[in-house]
Design a protein around this ligand. Sequence first.
Ligand code: SF4
Length: 220
Amino acid sequence: MTAESFDRHNVEKILLKIEEKVKGKLPFGERVEEETRDPFLVLISVILSARTKDETTEVVCNKLFKKVKNPHDLLKIPKSKLEAILKPIGFYKQKAKYLKETAKKIIKEYNCKVPDSFEELTKLPGVGRKTANLVLSLSFGKNTICVDTHVHRISNRLGFVKTKTPFETEMELKKVLPEKWWSKINTILVLYGKSICTPIRPKCDECPVKKFCKYFKENK
Ligand code: SF4
């Protein structure tokens, strides 16, 4: 349900202030896109980044991308070697399995190209709604909203939405966010969620939007 007291006219004002605060930084997936313009490498980095810190994902991907440039390269790496490379990452055995299966499927069913639709992307092993929306936005320029834990938490704290799950948040954000913010909101709120509006003890004193924030008003 959309938060009743929320003034929609403030959405852009709030997002502009947060965007200014995180200016100059990029989450890892965005950097991979900027540096490679390669949907396959972006897909791998997004799958690996789930429940893992960007710093760890970056170290692992730098090592992996020296050996892997395309799905065929990934299939050639022995399972044990791939697991050894991915070991610093959370759920590395499961993710190694996902990467191999995803590479196989992309070769067999998509002519070696990452598909550019939500329906097809979510058929790939290890690719859920969040990963699909982020890859569509980063690599294919589609106007999607990727709701991860930061977007879900901060949207609720600010009062943009009043929801229990990331899926509900995605649906409600589509109603309150002007479309030009759909793709950008993930980048901005991920950076903000890691630096200021952290899951535990958010740094509200440093926050330029506290006067608009429902959580701040309720907890100050
Ligand atoms: S005031 Fe606090 S809770 Fe609200 S958005 Fe800012 S940091 Fe997050």
